[in-house]
Write a protein that binds this ligand. Structure first.
Ligand code: FMN
Length: 190
């Protein structure tokens, strides 16, 4: 049921060593494309970085170098460790996908496109969950590092996220601690 998937999906970045078949990735990306999108602009773009591929290594190195330069610690050992961890996480992730949103004709359309692409990611995550996978959506280091031209994104595309994807090590414990604010605290009934 959709509601079960919505409630039990968790943002996860710790995976088993099992690989994810390209057919499965195709399936979850196809599900993403059924997201609502105003004016049918279909603004989403996906870039899949193959496990053990040259592009994955290249991006991991870019993120490594960016992290070393930008991590907020004066301690060289900490910087080295943070950079290595960020690099290794990208290399280790069973699947790794960048998601971009194309610009619209004006600011309003660009904003609509970005919203639609976020819906597409939610579709992707729910479908992944229904297939036993988990996704870790990040707008952190892998998106802040200058990866765009290296992976073939157009200069005017907006980056919406980097998705770590794999079979979760322990989704149950993530679900035990997940919580949300009660509806009445975030809703005004007028
Ligand atoms: C736009 C967006 C950006 C996110 N970026 C990060 C991130 O950079 N690092 C991270 O650990 N989680 C990131 N997350 C995941 C959230 O932290 C996560 O969804 C939140 O903690 C709620 O947990 P849940 O998704 O398991 O319910 C992001 C989520 C969204 C929607």
């Amino acid at each position: 049921m959709v509601l079960d998937a919505i409630r039990n999906r968790r943002n996860i970045r710790e995976f088993t060593d099992d690989l994810v078949d390209n057919e499965i990735l195709f399936q979850i990306i196809e599900a993403a494309t059924w997201a609502p999108n105003h004016r049918n602009t279909e603004p989403w773009r996906f870039i899949v970085l193959a496990k053990n591929g040259d592009m994955r290594s290249k991006v991991a190195k870019i993120v490594h170098d960016w992290t070393y330069e930008n991590v907020k610690s004066p301690n060289p050992e900490r910087r080295t460790n943070s950079a290595r961890e960020a690099e290794q996480e990208i290399l280790d992730s069973p699947s790794f996908i960048y998601v971009y949103s194309v610009q619209g004709r004006d600011e309003e359309m660009t904003r609509e496109n970005y919203s639609a692409t976020s819906c597409a990611i939610q579709n992707l995550m729910l479908t992944a969950h229904s297939l036993g996978l988990s996704v870790g959506w990040s707008t952190g280091k892998p998106c802040l590092a200058p990866v765009d031209t290296a992976i073939g994104a157009e200069p005017d595309w907006d980056i919406v996220g980097a998705l770590y994807i794999g079979y979760p090590k322990d989704i149950d414990s993530a679900n035990r601690t997940a919580k949300r604010t009660p509806v009445n605290e975030i809703t005004t009934w007028v």
